[in-house]
Write a protein of this length. Structure first.
Length: 397
């Protein structure tokens, strides 16, 4: 076995980020992932900017290690083909609005009868049931509804979304966990099962202690900028050169190291800073002392001093810094790929590293329908003549 999921057949009928990213995780570890998309135009995000050689970088980011099978989702013959593919799959991933798969004759009740070993992952905004099931949802909507946005940003500023699609990514990873868990269960029962992952529930799972604080203590979590909620001093500070560093020295041992590194042993005798609890209560005061010291040094000098003292610290990197990060490069987390139209471009590596069965980036994101004939032959045993007929009639593309 060269890859952990070698031989696993995955049908990716999803769009945007959460579904495709979930399927890509499986593809990175050896699964044969077939992306089913519309003929001609393909998935919606193929139109997203920026583009290289006419191909969307956005689409390429979430759809490597996949083959493309194109069909007309509205055509009953194409829907029958989708059912036939599902009959051969181990996993099907979809993120249509609830009810859409049923309208195509491809709901769970139908597919599980056709293929009792099928694991069907349904990714949606709010789930297949409940009062909001039919409401459309994107990452930022889940951030807003979950309260995540309300606890993010400066205390005196507006609610702020995260700088990346964190809810989509987490939902994708929950979906991946669901697939792997269901595969383990299938080893015992011989049967597949339905897996659900939702944006709202994924976002709510990231709220730390906010829910029990609200319900039990009546305490509403508020925005705190980059300050830690539970320890101090932990915040972002600006150096003499205008660059920023984040210092995490909230525990008692780390605070002692910080005071010594700053040459401010007197801070250790100040009762306001004697314990983690009192430092949080006097966070403004201790952070002012740290900021005054940081402001006399460049950001790089601060990082060096913190490293010598054994204190977690990092310069706030720009994307210019990130793409040259030697640690990411040494760990294979920034790779170069070659696409038939986009040419050579950089992308992130395989994040989960397995010692015996490592994942790999084997192929770039596919062109629309690039592998329709190939998949029809391998998965379904079709002849070229049958493909020719369906393509001529615009059932397949």
């Amino acid at each position: 076995m060269s890859s952990a999921l070698q031989g696993l057949k995955v049908l990716d009928v999803s769009r945007f980020i959460a579904g495709p990213f979930c399927a890509m995780q499986l593809g990175d570890h050896g699964a044969d992932v077939v992306k089913v998309e519309r003929i001609d135009t393909g998935e919606d995000t193929r139109a997203n900017e920026p583009k290289l050689g006419g191909e969307s970088v956005y689409f390429m980011t979430y759809n490597r290690n996949k083959r493309s099978f194109a069909l007309d989702f509205r055509n009953p013959e194409a829907q029958a083909v989708l059912r036939e593919l599902a009959g051969k799959a181990d996993v099907l991933i979809e993120n249509f609005r609830p009810g859409t798969m049923e309208q195509m004759g491809c709901g769970w009740e139908t597919l599980s009868v056709l293929n009792p070993r099928l694991i069907m992952v349904r990714i949606s905004g709010f789930g297949q049931t409940g009062p909001l099931a039919q409401r459309p949802c994107f990452d930022v909507i889940a951030q807003a509804m979950s309260g995540m946005m309300d606890i993010t940003g400066d205390p005196d500023g507006p609610p702020t979304m995260a700088g990346t699609f964190v809810v989509d990514y987490v939902t994708a990873l929950y979906g991946t966990i669901g697939v792997l868990t269901a595969l383990a269960a299938r080893e015992q029962t011989g049967r597949g099962q339905l897996v659900e992952a939702t944006l709202l529930e994924s976002a709510a799972s990231l709220l730390m202690t906010a829910i029990p604080e609200q319900v039990v203590l009546g305490k509403t979590m508020r925005r705190q900028g980059n300050r830690d909620r539970y320890t101090a001093p932990v915040n972002t500070f600006q150096g003499a050169d205008g660059a920023w560093v984040h210092i995490a020295s909230g525990t008692d041992p780390l605070f002692r190291r910080l005071a010594n590194a700053m040459g401010r042993e007197d801070l250790l005798q100040d009762p306001r800073f004697a314990t983690a609890k009192t430092r949080v209560e006097n966070a403004d005061a201790i952070e002012a002392e740290v900021q005054a010291w940081v402001a006399r040094h460049t950001a790089d000098a601060v990082v060096e001093a913190m490293d010598r003292a054994g204190i977690p610290c990092a310069k706030v990197a720009t994307m210019v810094d990130v793409v040259e990060n030697p640690q990411l490069k040494a760990r294979g987390q920034i790779l170069s790929m070659e696409h038939p139209r986009a040419g050579i471009y950089p992308t992130h590596g395989v994040t989960v590293i397995l010692g015996d069965t490592p994942g790999a980036v084997r192929r770039a994101a596919p062109l629309v329908g690039e592998h329709t004939r190939e998949v029809a032959a391998e998965w379904l045993g079709w002849s070229n003549e049958r493909c020719d007929d369906l393509m001529a009639r615009r059932v397949l593309g």
